[in-house]
Design a protein around this ligand. Sequence first.
Ligand code: FMN
Length: 399
Amino acid sequence: MHILRPLILPCGASIQNRIAKAAMTERLAGRDLKANKWHLNLYKKWADSGAGLLITGNIMVDRRYKESSGNIVIENESGLKELQTLTANGLRKGNHLWAQINHAGRQSTIFSTFKPIAPSAVQLKRIMLFAKPRAMTIEEIENVIDRFVSTAVICKKAGFTGVQIHGAHGYLINQFLSPKTNLRTDDYGGSIENRSRLLLRIIRKSRVELGPYFPISVKLNSADFQRGGFNEDDALYVIEKLHDLKIDLLEISGGTYENTVFLTKRIERESTRKREAYFMDFAEKIRKHTNIPLMVTGGFRTFDFCEQVLKNKELDMIGFARPFLNDEGFPSNFVNGVSKKVQDANFNFKIKKLADFAEAGFYDYQIHQIAKNKPLKPNYNPYLGVLRFTKNELLKGWF
Ligand SMILES: Cc1cc2nc3c(=O)[nH]c(=O)nc-3n(C[C@H](O)[C@H](O)[C@H](O)COP(=O)(O)O)c2cc1C
């Protein structure tokens, strides 16, 4: 089986199979923003699942600009002991456990801040959840680079076996990459060379600090799927530079909070519809430019399709997120032939504007069920999920 073959990364590390649990924000931290027993339960369970690579939900570099009030934040070594306990348990089956590192920029909700920062003062307009950001100074950009690097170094010290820099889904690095949100006229705005400077400086500096043998990955959008946003040509430029910097795994996704295609991509072309997964056409273009180990996340649901993609060498690794929350036995059921297709939860959303929030609320609930050692609840009402999720954000963020 192609899916069970190991993958050797450019840094020399080996992943025991081609199954990755893609990042899913856990929103489990308490007010101290540290790893705790819930994270431990979750990653124990996922280590036991048989996936070769587990990528954590986004861990933030700055407590002021979180993605959620329940994120883990690493600004110094005060939570090192808790992280070490987490990695010791999350690595117990010979798998890898990588920390996804992020800064939300303007996509930080009002539960985290009323004064977000971003490349430029361009506000995210979604049901009043995001305040208008202010443009970052050069000193603040330098500070963000230092924060990403020092968080990565602490993650290595804590026992994570790799890091992933989050450059996708509309968060700060993606905001710099996109001409729609980056209107700067200095060295960090304008051409794609300038817009990618923040990401590339983070990667270059991280490599120096982490050494040549430690896996560094980047999650990047194929495009933002918005007029005037980061597009495929921009992405190909960035990928060529990441190739030169010898990253170990490129994960492709797409979209931002303004167009959440990473969760709900509509597949327009007949040829693509047959192929079930998102972003595969773009993966084909990447292969012509670089041999960086390539992973795509989004829509992979059938075993035969995954096998075919790996056999054809279209991808090196497959990213799965929601399958881990729709089937408790994933991925072993998938590989052992018990269920060769993972069924997604079936929603019939009446309020279209809230559909992605409701979906997020539903899956957030399932993650918390696993963390509490309770069974998944496929019949959970997603609108209750929105209420629950908002209550948690509000209580942790404001009170
Ligand atoms: C509950 C949930 C939380 C997510 N959190 C993150 C995250 O923290 N970082 C990230 O890069 N992507 C995140 N994603 C996106 C997934 O990694 C993935 O790109 C997306 O769900 C598509 O893959 P799938 O079709 O296998 O679910 C999240 C998705 C879900 C459902």
